[in-house]
Design a protein around this ligand. Structure first.
Ligand code: DLL
Length: 438
């Protein structure tokens, strides 16, 4: 059983609904948001030019940098009086990307998250262990409202305190696990260390996302926990989690297309690509009130298909995200731009602007972030106490600035390789996509 009839509707019906909604959202964006009005005018477009879904290609793109330029509330289509919630994720500069919701947007979000959980046949009899972070991150509250909408029992455990999470999983006998894939593996590892067999618990399905993960990692998680591990996708700018979800067929993620209109474009030229070709996912929101977004360049690489799915849903499916077009790293579900690391480091007195960022997946599970940075000559030749203090200050600044902890290794002046061209700032040792996979 699907959650909403529209998920299995004939394509013509879905597309007719999309066009009606698209015309409305374009009109609203033009009328209410000066940023869009200016962008449309530059492109020589008026809302009446949108007569078919293909006409979407006439509209200009929106990018993450547009959120930064209009920080914090410049892209809203409503007054703050109508906003009932804000969330935020990392931006390309020091400032976060701020997103906002009206009461109806929260309803829409609960609806698409209920559909997501329903894709794994979650019902009111289930107990949902929700280890996505609660707070400005959209993961925790997004899953929470969807699970409540279904009537399931939510355990709002959030991230961290891993041993306690294992105890709660045992005692409450949760049947559904929601967290990032790397945390799912780490949880399994900690359970084993505590002498608890993860496969012996009551979990049967996991909704894992917020970061890229490979089919190999899926196999590993499914085996250790003896669950079906489903991939869920979303991003704050569009709504949070709830943009698309795998069903139990595990053959791609159904995009909830009556709310989010997807396209695939060539990341270099912006040309639209046909079904089946890999490119950058671009999304237009069709129903968002507070923050309608037109042709958002997600930076995520995937492909679309409208082939029928075994589950009966007719909504377009996207392949597992296979990478990103920019240098954004995702560490334990938190977005981190190398430029942010630089901004933070350069505010710490005593370090030099020569650094590398090393991302790894320790003990096969949790992502770790390590920053190697050169120190000034004076400090280096000084006593050890000062170095230890500098390391602490740098680690503190990174944790505050990035929202995720990083280990700092202070290295000798001139020991980090200098670059002749584009500096290679990041060494990513996680093999997230799994070698040899499409
Ligand atoms: O990560 C929303 C979310 C929360 C999705 C919980 C799923 C579960 P942001 O913090 O704004 O929002 O980060 C969005 O994360 O553009 C992708 O690059 C990446 N991402 C999200 N889900 C997946 C996934 C949330 N399933 C950015 N596979 C997106 C690969 C993903 N990458």
């Amino acid at each position: 059983m699907v959650w909403s009839e529209i998920e299995c509707a004939p394509r013509e019906k879905i597309e007719a609904l999309q066009l009606r909604r698209l015309q409305k959202v374009v009109e609203r964006a033009y009328r209410q948001i000066p940023f869009y009005r200016r962008a449309f005018q530059r492109a020589g477009i008026v809302p009446q030019d949108i007569q078919s879904l293909e006409d979407l290609a006439l509209l200009p793109f929106t990018r993450k940098s547009d959120f930064c330029d209009n920080y914090p509330f410049g892209l809203l289509a409503v007054s703050l009086e109508e906003v009932v919630r804000v969330h935020a994720s990392s931006g390309t500069t020091g400032k976060p990307t701020v997103v906002a919701y009206t009461a109806r947007d929260i309803e829409t979000w609960a609806e698409v998250m209920a559909r997501t959980l329903n894709c794994g046949e979650v019902t009111r009899r289930d107990i949902v262990h929700n280890a996505y972070g609660y707070g400005l991150f959209t993961g925790g509250l997004g899953v929470h409202y969807g699970a409540e909408r279904i009537g399931a029992t939510v355990v709002p455990v959030s991230g961290g305190n891993t041993q306690r999470q294992i105890m709660l999983l045992q005692d409450f006998r949760a049947t559904v696990l929601c967290c990032t894939p790397s945390y799912a593996l780490y949880l399994a590892e900690v359970a084993q260390e505590m002498g608890v067999n993860p496969a012996g618990l009551d979990l049967r399905v996991g909704f894992l996302g917020a970061e890229p993960w490979s089919e190999n990692m899926r196999r590993e998680i499914e085996e250790r926990w003896q669950i079906k591990a489903l991939d869920i996708y979303g991003l704050s700018e569009i709504i949070g989690p709830g943009v698309s979800s795998e069903c139990l067929a595990q053959e791609g993620l159904h995009i909830f297309e009556d709310h989010f209109l997807p396209e695939i474009v060539d990341p270099d030229t912006g040309e639209r690509l046909p079904y089946g070709e890999y490119g950058e996912l671009v999304i237009t929101t069709l129903t968002k009130e507070a923050l309608p977004v037109i042709r958002y360049r997600t930076g995520d690489i995937t492909k679309l298909t409208i082939e029928p799915c075994a589950c009966g849903r007719t909504m377009v499916r996207m392949a597992k995200v296979s990478g990103r077009t920019d240098d954004m790293l995702i560490v334990r579900g938190v977005n981190v731009f190398p430029s942010q690391v630089e901004t933070v480091l350069l505010q710490v007195e005593g370090v030099q602007p020569h650094y590398v960022i090393i991302v790894d997946r320790e003990r096969g599970a949790m992502d770790t972030l390590e920053v190697w940075v050169e120190v000034s000559e004076e400090i280096f030749t000084d006593e050890l106490g000062q170095l230890a203090d500098l390391q602490r200050r740098a680690e503190h600044a990174l944790r505050e600035g990035l929202g995720v902890s990083a280990r700092v290794k202070l290295v000798e002046p001139h020991s980090i390789e200098r670059s002749m061209g584009k500096a290679k700032r990041v060494i990513d040792r996680r093999d997230v996509y799994g070698k040899g996979e499409a």
